[in-house]
Design a protein. Structure first.
Length: 94
């Protein structure tokens, strides 16, 4: 994960690197193996047109996403800090 402050555009840019280059760690392998479908309520993340408001997702990926980007996750904390010290800036994800 890389944070960069783009002062000319008033943005905090967040780049998330995946494992597409074949540099998988044991954590990546464990996450990929935890592939049991998990039901989530989409209202927690976004407005959805699904009448049930739920979808099945990759359980391991959901666990990691909540750990990294949940209310107390490192991504959320770092982003909140960057936006606090740069009032009026918005976030941009790549």
């Amino acid at each position: 994960m890389i944070f960069q402050t783009d002062h000319s555009n008033h943005q905090v840019v967040v780049c998330l690197r995946g494992t597409m280059r074949g540099t998988m760690s044991l954590d990546d392998v464990a996450t990929n193996c935890e592939c049991e479908a998990t039901r989530i309520n989409t209202g927690y993340f976004w407005d959805a047109s699904d009448p049930n408001g739920t979808f099945l997702v990759h359980g391991g990926m959901l666990r990691v996403a909540l750990a990294v980007g949940g209310n107390r996750g490192p991504l959320t904390s770092a982003l909140n800090h960057a936006l606090t010290i740069n009032p009026g800036y918005c976030e941009l994800f790549y």
